[in-house]
Design a protein around this ligand. Structure first.
Ligand code: SF4
Ligand code: SF4
Length: 362
């Protein structure tokens, strides 16, 4: 497909849909379409997530998918870079923003080539998540194609981190050295975000991680440890956990670089039930399977390489698995909770807008 055709996503060709006018006018229109309500015949993701590979050499004790299995135990089948290019061209027709994740993306043998190919697809943002261990090998490709580099960090204590990573002494030191290398890259064009899993064991460490993020000019994204789809039982009604989010909320109100709106952070702090909007996301497995309606439920609506029309895939998923489920209190993650709360409380974005304006004026 030529880059010219990317300017006209397939979903925009349906002239009978009044909301498609909004999509043509502005990508913000996509958000407005979701605000107006969910059309069960259509699938218009605000963000796509591609699991490049489930492989990972680390053994973090908190690693877990929606069914409770660590990612590194899932099927390691992956596509070659040429097929991934094909797949991501299809994803691009449906979405302006892409997350490349895993497992550990850098463990895909052609990760650098995949990132290089992304530049031509001109996503508005490309977010790469990594444990950072072999980040040095990817930095040239990251500089070319990635807008947000997300590095996982749970503590600054190397001995503790290495015991969690299960990959031998020196792993954490290597992650920190790679972070420093990424931050110091001449002409760096990507933002660095530290992503921390909040577990019952590492809350004191995370205060230090936040101070480190602040000192280095990184953003902090903190999410509770999920066991399957539920927050770890040791976090529920845990005063240390609440106090940590209270700190993040007060820092956020003061303009701190913390991922998510105040409303979102309050939901994380309280582990409050929310109405999930899974069709704001498109989540694709390493081989191209589209999760319906979400990764957490582990159901596939079909393969995007066989059926590139996402609206049809949604209808196929609905026939096999039923409409969007009404879930219980679960999935307090950036993906499920983030867009769901923005749609439930769009006014919460005003504070974000004010912070951006303040940083421009500073
Ligand atoms: S780095 Fe990520 S994918 Fe790898 S074991 Fe840890 S949590 Fe799992
Ligand atoms: S809460 Fe959302 S992400 Fe979680 S299982 Fe339900 S639909 Fe999926």
């Amino acid at each position: 497909m030529s880059s010219g055709s990317l300017a006209t996503p397939v979903s925009l060709r349906d002239s009978h849909c009044p909301s498609c006018f909004l999509l043509r006018v502005n990508p913000v229109g996509s958000f407005l379409c979701h605000l107006l309500g969910d059309n069960p015949q259509k699938w218009r993701p605000l963000l796509s997530v591609y699991y490049l590979t489930y492989a990972c050499s680390l053994r973090c004790p908190y690693c877990c998918d929606g069914s409770g299995r660590p990612y590194y135990q899932l099927d390691r089948k992956a596509l070659p870079a040429s097929r991934i290019g094909e797949l991501l061209r299809i994803v691009r027709r449906h979405s302006e923003h892409l997350v490349v994740t895993g497992g550990e993306p850098s463990e895909h043998p052609e990760c650098a080539a995949v990132l290089d190919d992304l530049a031509a697809l001109r996503f508005r943002s490309v977010i790469l998540t990594t444990n950072g261990r072999t980040l040095d090998t990817l930095l040239p490709a990251v500089q070319r194609s990635v807008t947000h580099l997300v590095v996982s960090l749970q503590t600054l204590d190397s001995a503790r981190a290495d015991s969690w990573y299960g990959h031998g002494a020196g792993t954490h030191a290597r992650v920190l050295a790679n972070l420093e290398r990424a931050a110091a890259l001449p002409g760096r064009r990507f933002e660095i975000i530290l992503s921390s899993v909040v577990t019952p064991e590492n809350i004191p460490d995370l205060h230090e991680v936040y101070r480190f993020a602040k000192a280095c000019g990184f953003r902090l994204a903190a999410c509770p440890q999920l066991v399957g789809t539920k927050a770890h039982a040791g976090l529920v009604d845990n005063p240390e956990y609440r106090a940590f989010y209270d700190l993040l909320i007060s820092e956020k109100r003061r303009g701190g670089s913390i991922q998510g709106t105040v409303d979102y952070l309050e939901y994380l702090r309280d582990l409050r039930k929310f109405s999930c909007r899974p069709f704001t996301m498109l989540v694709v497995s390493p081989v191209g399977e589209v999760f319906y309606p979400c990764l957490e439920l582990g159901q596939s609506a079909g393969n995007l390489l066989d059926e590139p029309d996402l609206h049809r895939l949604r209808r196929a998923g609905c026939e096999r698995f039923g409409p969007q489920p009404a879930c219980d209190n679960r999935c307090h993650s950036a993906c499920a909770l983030g867009f769901s709360r923005l749609l439930a409380n769009p006014a919460s974005m005003l504070h974000e807008a004010a912070l951006v304006a303040r940083s421009w004026l500073a």
